[in-house]
Design a protein around this ligand. Sequence first.
Ligand SMILES: *Cc1c(COP(=O)(O)O)cnc(C)c1O
Length: 248
Amino acid sequence: MHKIDEKLADVTARLQAAAAAASRPDGDITLIAVSKTQSPERVREAYSAGLRRFGENYLQEALDKQHALADLAGIEWHFIGPIQSNKTRAIAEHFSWVHSVDRLKIAERLSAQRPQHLPPLNICLQVNIDREPSKAGVHLAELPALARAVAALPGLSLRGLMAIPAPASEPEAQRQPFNQLAEALKQLKPLGLAAPLDTLSMGMSADLEAAVECGATMVRIGTDLFGPRQSKATSATNTTATTTKDNP
Ligand SMILES: *Cc1c(COP(=O)(O)O)cnc(C)c1O
């Protein structure tokens, strides 16, 4: 078996076990393979292993990869990284989902720039669940107003919430922010927004079990599918410089 097949089998088994422990159907949980810094060849292997949904953080890297993999049918691209406003047009044109919207200006641009011939862009609002000052994400207090405004935008479909909690090793500590995010989604539902609100994008390699236990419907897994990442500086664009540095 190829390495990615084994890793995918491991992750799938973990997801199934976590779903069973929470008495949830495992079909309710969608696996997003986080392929940032991974080469197009690695993504192609992952596709051959059966993966179809890929998460990317860096726009140019993602566009290059999409171009190299344009022959793969049914592949679905998710943008999960920070968004600068000058990048919204390309994101609106080349992705099916964006998990990292945390301000209205970005949502308005994505909506206006979503091509008419494509279905509405699926959106998760990123919540700064630990209220870390340096971190991306809307604070819980501002979430209802942002959700209301985003749900009203014609080019977008507000699917739910996303968070990247501060790393914690104890399951109890991992569950706390996930439960808060699940509760925040629950509280949006009675607002009567024109939005599916069916998605909780939470859980990464180190905490997917806790996330599934707390209701995750999308988990974003990089390391445990592809192995350790190259640092951003050593990926694709900068190979020569790094090779020189590493081999003086
Ligand atoms: C990199 C990244 C992941 C994947 O993290 P792993 O720990 O490698 O599984 C998930 N979500 C986001 C937003 C990321 O940037």
